[in-house]
Design a protein around this ligand. Structure first.
Ligand code: GLN
Length: 534
């Protein structure tokens, strides 16, 4: 069996297509199908690695080292499966591949054109996950909004695929918005009608409309959408704001989207097993206590920049039955006004990854505050690097210690460029990326969290802890408790005589799942809870 669900978006961006796509995938998986989720981004960038988090949110990294859009992270968190480079494609990647084939003479003298060469390449990319991972159903999200020039070749490829495959092998879901006029309190359907018209102009008739709205859609509005968009009334699915994104699979199932997809693809009727998922959603709604965790970062105005960290805290919170109150603190403000003003009543401090020196001094001050006040501290990638800089400066007396990323002349480069990085010129896809194994020290906080001495975690960085300082750090109580199997790369540092102070060079947040929280986040939240209660 090889079937496709395509998810397109209309009216405006940011309606939550990724959540709807992940939810459809989860419902199909829980019905017993092997599912693959894929995102197609119409950007010309080859991958998300060179994109600014301010514009596109976090760059997510897969085990095989692909730098992807944050929706891939969402898919993994919902499906509880590792995805890979084949689950993410961009216009840049499509053209790159076609141009390489053209240079190799593979088109035998033909004129290379958008149709059929680019669309053929897109069709190949879309079908690849089904072949490579023996999936039965591929749920494919097309980034952007119908009507964008850049998404046209992708929609054309979907149209062709629909015509090439049997009618019950494809199902089109179109996500739109029903804006509400405050003067009349009415939900307006015209933008939905227009975006469906646009889609039909390309030759695609949606099979279901998922309509985002601020309130429940009245029956007459539902009828109107069904009539104007030519879909059965049962296939008009209401998607109103929920307590959390994890409610969405349950809501769209109740609303009948799962049944509509199953009928459209002629799948035998099966009830998805959403029991464990629903129980966690309940726990998320009713925590018995709450902890306040400061996230000291550079991109705090745009929460999507730290989306995996936020979700990982939530997952761990569900496990510990605590609600998380995140406090987003600007590192530059800490530098300007001092840490006391922002961090005096928090239960834990987390410093996430980042690039560039803006805000680093504030992060170092936040580390110092956590270290000297016994506040649970979790440093991730740049967060670990800031912890090392702070320790060298304030505990080992190396006043001008730094990372060579921020000061190439520092006499104490406690964080330094990896050997393999010094000759590289290209920025895209050249960091230490993806999953690497590490070995944990016995009796460490980390091994007590993971409950195994061998782990594998995902990376995205150029700089590393400089092992020349390992002895000096250790003799003052900051120990390497995780390293690469050959011992050359430092992966984890832990401080002794502190309730919970852990820095990791990798990104544990990329491996946390709704039903399977990350052990280090669980350990950190537990430590925050202990501080809160004492
Ligand atoms: N800028 C640092 C490096 O490249 C940290 C990267 C990160 O936090 N992801 O090593």
């Amino acid at each position: 069996m090889r079937k496709f669900v395509f998810v397109t978006g209309g009216v405006l961006s940011g309606l939550g297509k990724g959540v709807v796509t992940a939810s459809i995938g989860l419902l199909l998986k829980q019905s017993g199908y092997r599912v693959s989720l894929q995102k197609i981004d119409p950007y010309v960038n080859i991958d998300a690695g060179t994109m600014n988090p301010y514009e596109h949110g976090e760059v997510f990294v897969t085990d095989d080292g692909k730098e992807t859009d944050l929706d891939i992270g969402r898919y993994e968190r919902f499906l509880d499966e590792n995805l890979s480079a084949r689950n993410y494609a961009t216009t840049g990647q499509v053209y790159w591949s076609v141009i390489r084939q053209e240079r190799a003479g593979s088109f035998l003298g033909k004129t290379v054109q958008v149709i059929p060469h680019i669309t053929d390449e897109i069709k190949k990319l879309i079908q690849r996950p089904l072949e490579d991972c023996a999936a039965e159903i591929a749920v494919v999200e097309i980034g952007g909004t119908v009507g964008d020039i850049e998404s046209l070749p992708f929609l054309e490829a979907l149209r062709q695929l629909k015509d090439e495959l049997p009618a019950d092998d494809t199902f089109f879901v179109h996500l739109t918005l029903l804006p509400q006029m405050s003067s009349t309190d009415e939900l307006k359907t015209k933008p939905t009608q227009h975006s469906v018209k646009e889609l039909r102009g390309i030759g695609i008739q949606p099979d279901a409309i998922v309509a985002r709205a601020e309130r429940s859609i009245p029956a007459d509005v539902r009828r109107k959408i069904a009539l104007f968009c030519d879909v059965p009334e049962t296939n008009v699915i209401e998607d109103i704001d929920q307590f959390s994104i994890y409610d969405v699979p349950l809501v769209i199932q109740r609303e009948g989207l799962h049944a509509a997809v199953s009928t459209g693809l002629k799948l035998p009727p099966r009830m998805p097993d959403m029991g464990p998922w629903s129980r966690r959603v309940e726990k998320l709604r009713h925590p018995s206590r709450r902890v306040r965790i400061a996230i000291v970062g550079k991109y705090i105005e745009l929460r999507d920049s730290y989306i995996s960290i936020h979700e990982a805290l939530i997952h761990a919170g569900i496990h510990c039955e605590v609600g998380i109150d995140p406090l987003w603190v600007s590192a530059e403000s800490v530098d300007e006004h001092g840490p006391e003003r922002y961090l005096s009543d928090v239960d834990g401090i987390l410093i996430p990854g980042g690039f560039g020196d803006r805000g680093v001094d504030g992060k170092v001050e936040a580390v110092s505050y956590a270290r000297t006040n016994g506040i649970p501290f979790f440093g991730i990638c740049l967060g670990l690097q800031c912890a090392a800089i702070e320790f060298a400066r304030n505990r080992l007396g190396m006043k001008s210690a730094n990372s060579s990323e921020f000061d190439s002349e520092t006499p104490h480069p406690v964080i330094d460029l990896m050997e393999t990085q010094s000759e590289l010129r290209d920025k895209g896809g050249t960091m230490r990326l993806g999953a690497y194994p590490a070995v944990l020290a016995p009796d460490s906080i980390s091994v007590s969290c993971y409950k195994t001495p061998e782990i594998s975690e995902r990376h995205r960085h150029r700089y590393e802890f400089n092992t020349a300082y390992r002895e000096a750090f250790s003799s003052a109580g900051f120990h390497v408790t995780g390293a690469s199997p050959d011992g050359r790369l430092v992966e984890i540092l832990e401080l002794e005589d502190h309730p919970w102070f852990v820095g990791v060079q990798f990104h544990p947040e990329f491996k946390s799942r709704f039903v399977n929280p990350h052990p280090l986040f669980v350990g950190f939240v537990q430590a925050c809870l202990e501080r809160h209660c004492c």
